[in-house]
Design a protein around this ligand. Structure first.
Ligand code: URA
Length: 234
């Protein structure tokens, strides 16, 4: 049992799913190195997702492709949340607090993200949280294009395994990395995009809100749009 719980923790699972919300649906739809066998359903599908995330997490921990990041990181920061989450919040890269703890969004921006999630009548444990980069860029500089390219296989596989219904991109880096656009974040807001079978919405990054509290109103508007689409009125 202890070994099993350690294995789940390694996959970023902090709570066990009570029952799958997705009976009959295969978690992985494309050919990846962590592709799941088809026809998994219910509890089997959750088990497959957990196993695939654990394998991917280990690949991330072993990665040294970005020489500078691998040399300066304390921990890789894979992601956290239920393996069958309906919503993924997609951030930029770990900061100092996340590098120290190995968990995404645990610093000041993370506290604000938790408040945003709770304002949506959700708990942080209900959503999956991940970043474009799995290693902290020194000095919290923005990710370099080559680093995003190196990490793409990890976040793409992660999203494919979880297969969320909604992806909320937090800020410019996440929006650009996922959508392959260079449009300013202000112009990406208030529009729906698609990524695989997920609906994608873009909003400001919590770190931006710490510097520009007036923009909280815009993020709240974006959350209302997403939650309304899910059938939840805020
Ligand atoms: N900012 C991010 O984009 N991700 C984190 O995990 C923390 C801060």
């Amino acid at each position: 049992m202890k070994q099993r719980l350690e294995s789940l923790a390694a996959a970023g699972v902090k709570q066990l799913p009570k029952a799958s919300r997705r009976g009959g649906r295969s978690a992985a739809s494309g050919p990846t190195s962590t592709a799941l066998p088809p026809a998994a359903s219910g509890v089997d599908a959750d088990t497959d997702r957990i196993r695939s995330l654990r394998i991917l997490n280990q690949q991330v921990a072993d990665c040294t492709q970005c020489v500078e990041l691998a040399a300066t990181r304390t921990h890789t920061v894979f992601g956290v949340g239920p393996p069958d989450a309906r919503i993924c919040f997609f951030g930029e890269a770990p900061g100092a607090d996340e590098d120290a703890s190995g968990e995404p969004f645990v610093g000041r921006a993370g506290e604000l993200l938790t408040k945003i999630i709770e304002a949506c009548k959700l708990r942080r444990e209900d959503v999956y949280i991940l970043n474009v980069l799995k290693c902290r860029p020194p000095g919290n500089r923005p990710p370099l294009p080559g680093e995003v390219a190196n990490c793409r296989r990890f976040f793409e596989q992660q999203l494919e395994i979880i297969a969320p219904e909604y992806i909320c991109c937090l800020g410019t880096s996440a929006s650009h990395a996922l959508l392959g656009t260079a449009e300013p974040i202000g112009e990406l807001r208030k529009r729906w995009f698609a990524h695989g079978s997920a609906k994608v919405i873009c909003t400001y990054h919590p770190s931006y809100l710490l510097q520009n509290p007036a923009a909280k109103r815009d993020v709240w508007d974006d959350m209302k749009v997403m939650m309304s689409d899910m059938g939840v009125e805020l």
